[in-house]
Design a protein around this ligand. Structure first.
Ligand code: PGA
Length: 263
């Protein structure tokens, strides 16, 4: 398999499509979906001008990695602990994910921030742990609805503050991806306007110096992906619901492929 880090030189212009399966699929369903996506991606001759990552539950990381072994599709975890090891019942370390075949891990998803009270300081430490294990950290940021309702400027200020705190000092474009996911757009069928997405991505990219990949996430579907993934500063997508259907997910990937070819 092509090493993920081999993709770094042209990374910024190479779209990245990540499927976040959340806690929605059991072991068999995860293996079946990985096989279907692999088949659909091969059939459509995809996975050339963009990168694809699948994030199953940690109980299926190794099995999904095994299925994708000979392909260019990578595997990611959905979360990791901030420490290397220890008495942390129920947690998964970055090293464990790495050993199971992952090369990416999502950190600071809004579900973690809300349900597990993860602060940006915790997210930063988790991303740091990911980097120490040589995983690429996908750091999620995004404003809740009450902040967006105060206006675009407030939403941008909120996200920038979250980003500054969540980003480890040693982050590099080669080990870190940012996912802008407005909390109110996740799983709701609602999305910000194209202008709002482009503006937010502009703010994030300006802060990061422009070299990082910044993904959009929140109700991406085959019908809105073409428009959203082509926006300035959007380097791909973090996809929940639509990643659970191989055809839908590959249709979104095909939109990313078009953007990648044009880059
Ligand atoms: P969604 O989820 O695509 O179902 O909105 C995105 C995410 O939570 O990463």
């Amino acid at each position: 398999m092509q090493s993920v880090l081999e993709t770094t030189p042209h990374m910024k212009n190479k779209p990245l499509i990540i499927g976040n399966w959340k806690m929605k699929l059991g072991h068999k369903a995860s293996k079946d979906l990985a096989s279907s996506i692999l088949k659909a991606a091969k059939k459509a001759n995809l996975a050339k001008s963009y990168d694809m990552v699948l994030c199953p539950s940690s109980t299926s990381t190794a099995a999904v990695a095994k299925i994708l072994k000979e392909s260019s599709i990578a595997v990611g975890g959905q979360d990791c602990h901030w420490e290397k090891e220890g008495a942390h019942t129920g947690d998964v370390s970055a090293d464990m994910l790495k050993e199971a075949g992952a090369s990416y891990v999502i950190n600071g998803h809004s579900a973690r921030r809300m349900e597990h009270f993860e602060t940006s300081d915790i997210v930063r430490d988790k991303a740091d742990a990911a980097h120490r294990a040589e995983l690429i950290s996908v750091i999620c940021v995004g404003e809740p609805i009450n902040i967006r309702e105060k206006g675009d400027d407030e939403a941008e200020k909120f996200v920038l503050k979250q980003l500054k705190k969540s980003l480890p000092e040693k982050s590099q474009p080669s080990n870190t991806v940012i996912a802008y996911e407005p909390v109110w757009a996740i799983g709701t069928g609602r999305t910000p306007t194209s202008e709002q997405i482009a503006k937010m991505h502009g703010v994030i990219s300006k802060y990061l110096g422009g070299e990082y990949r910044v993904l959009y996430g929140g109700s991406l579907t085959p019908s809105n992906a073409k428009k959203i993934l082509a926006l300035d500063g959007v380097a791909g997508g973090l996809i929940g619901g639509a990643s659970l259907d191989a055809d839908d997910f590959c249709q979104i990937a095909a939109c990313a492929e078009d953007v990648g070819k044009a880059a």
